[in-house]
Design a protein around this ligand. Sequence first.
Ligand code: ADP
Ligand code: MG
Ligand code: MG
Length: 883
Amino acid sequence: VRWVYSFGGGSSDGDASMRNLLGGKGANLAEMATLGLPVPPGFTITTEVCTAYYELGEKYPDTLSGQVEAALTALEEKTDKKFGDASNPLLVSVRSGARASMPGMMDTVLNLGLNDTTTEGLAKLSGDRRFAFDSYRRFIQMYSNVVLGLPHHEFEHILDQYKEVNDFHEDTELSAENWMDVIEKYKAAVKKLSSNPFPEDPKEQLWGAITAVFGSWMNDRAILYRKLNDIPQAWGTAVNVQSMVFGNMGDSSATGVAFTRDPSTGENQFYGEFLVNAQGEDVVAGIRTPAPISKARAERINSDLTPLEVEMPAVYEQLVDVAQTLEKHYRDMQDIEFTVENNKLYMLQTRNGKRTAAAALKIAVDMCHDGLISEEEAVLRLEPGQLDQLLHPTIKPEAERDLLVQGLPASPGAAVGKVVFSSDEAAEMAAAGEKVILVRLETSPEDIHGMHAAQAIVTARGGMTSHAAVVARGMGRPCVCGAGSMQIDEAGGIFRVGGREVKKGEIITVDGAEGQVLFGEVEMSQPDLSGDFGELMVWADRARKLKVRTNAETPADVETAKSFGAEGIGLCRTEHMFFDAERIPVVRAMILASDTAGRKAALGKLLPFQRDDFAEIFRIMEDRPCTIRLLDPPLHEFLPHTDADIEEVAKGTGLDVKALKARADELQESNPMLGHRGCRLGITYPEIYEMQAQAIFEAAIRVAEETGHKPIPEIMIPLVGTKKELEILKGKIEGVAKSVFAAASTELEYLIGTMIELPRAALRAGDIAEEAEFFSFGTNDLTQTALGISRDDAGRFLKAYEEAGIYEKDPFVTIDQDGVGELVKIGVERGRQTRPGIKLGICGEHGGDPASIYFCHNTGLDYVSCSPFRVPIARLAAAHAAL
Ligand code: ADP
Ligand code: MG
Ligand code: MG
């Protein structure tokens, strides 16, 4: 088996298509080298080694070491240096690189190969002792932390103390001799803390670092990141061993990161940050404030730091050139890492850049207009889940802004919440249903859970490419970074800015697009659905096969859904119309009636209300189909529960308290979900369904006459398990239709169908379809009944189930394809066999979940139905499924 692939120095063994084997970083390093870009040569140890390493119980395959030796020898030849050589040492970085990018989640070691002798060699070779010893101390620090597992702060503490004693303020003030002193102290610390001396043997260092990278695949941070981003553990990471170039070789050296377009807004403007005389993570670590790369950007954000364009004009030109080459080549916005050593540019990484939803949209539409990608590709460039960000509010332009502090606009969107200062607290409060804003000096990968729980993130330190900024954009959380004038006293639970104080628990508003933190709750406005958004959605609509309907019953929701592009109503829940303050007394009178006549009298009062409700919906939906579900929940839900409520209702209805209580007790069920509900109500109290059917038909006729549109009611009977149930109820509804049509001397097209939400119904779909003109898979209840899990009680164990891998995803969020999905497939197949043209849809929460929508597409449903705000997501997901 081939475990090692070389890159750089004129040729590469791999290329960009091999990311599964070489990881994203390794594959793209190989590709860039082949494109002729300046990439320091090196080699990649494959992801298969990672998998083998864990399969063998944390041991390497036998043939690995020989292949690494051979690749190292080849690297020595390419670079004309020797690993561990006293006068001409080859130094390398050891870098992780998984298939999917996991920024900052795993560990990297730089300057590897340095020891007491090779550092002298590096000093002679570069003519710069200070640089050599600075590199050595960085190496000891990183290696000790990443490989030996010694705490970072031990070393920071030594350095801080040394600076204090010698009255230094900046690292740049330390001379070679000073660094040598610090190095001695570092080594003493390593000996003390690990009871072994720091390893001087470069080979030992190399294997130590390789093992640390493979080991980091299983650290807590990486495991959590994979979980949040759906990255399988089995993918493994690759390890890249690459010859070093040095951005810390004085003032003609630098290191930086850049995006070929603005990752916040998507504007086609070269964008990035750099630091002179710095190495590696310095830019993203937020220790020094990096300068913008281009003049235009510096002006725009009012930076008084010197941009790269001014500092190193020739390098800047070359970098812009490389950026354009890469963007054209990959046909997507790139996120690149580079280093300048003595005015020479080196490329260290490129990948498709993470971006906000707004940027993803703009970049996709712009690139399509420029002919770089097709309409279909543009549609695929926007993740359906990401779309959510575009559908959420921003701050109203005219709203009063009580500005606390101006920072960097790191991730757009606006959010309101209570201030918290720690990630644990953020997670706890969010779990308790609070909206929180996480305010930190800076964030690290340990803060992921807090960032996830927060509505928005604010940091005092760090630039546009800091950890907080990158992660927040990925999660779609608004974020303001580098709000430098803010003083955070985490222990005291307070932050101070401009003479003001904000305490933990006080409400602030974050405007990520403007980089502002505002005091109090500021008014928000709704997103713009025209422009680029509208255009991309047209492309998506062209591509998709599934229709998209909505679950809605209030006129406001129906309007919203229509404006989001809903093509009909997939589920109108009539019980929601019964809870209105004006109606509930009548509903209760109906329930409490002791005989049919009493019930009919009450229903007669409800009829005009229902008719108006349906007319309103038909008016809004015009000629679009509307599936209306007849009453579903157990009647008990409409009755008062507490003694106080019961007394109040008694007063209101003139009923006796005792009788009321007795009736409520009578209606009490031990398992209402499986009790007297759905079509069982229709069977026992047919007058309820007859009233609803009458209201529907009369409303449809009225609207047809008023507007000239042709409403298409689809009457849906819930919780059917047998053909007979449907046959009986269908007969009654058809009877109502006849008499309504006769009275109005007109006719109207309508359908009668059922929900498939019991396993029996799915299995008997063949005979149920003899009666049903459509099926709507009610996958909420179907999940409950198929899995035998009550959704309301699942909270107690479902997490443990997910963690144990029993169900990979919450089956109430993403459809359980193997079980519930199988029932849906059976229902589809048998239903169509009986009635080939039968209309098939889904109306559970799953109708708005992208993964479930792919399933619906593949199963051949006609439509999905989801909540109004998810309609655009469903349209896009349906397009993805079809492409
Ligand atoms: P991450 O995946 O966390 O971004 P990287 O492996 O990209 O980690 O390493 C982080 C940084 O270290 C790079 O952006 C680059 O600045 C620096 N670096 C890595 N390898 C080298 C190298 N061979 N020469 C110089 N700098 C390097
Ligand atoms: Mg890293
Ligand atoms: Mg990197």
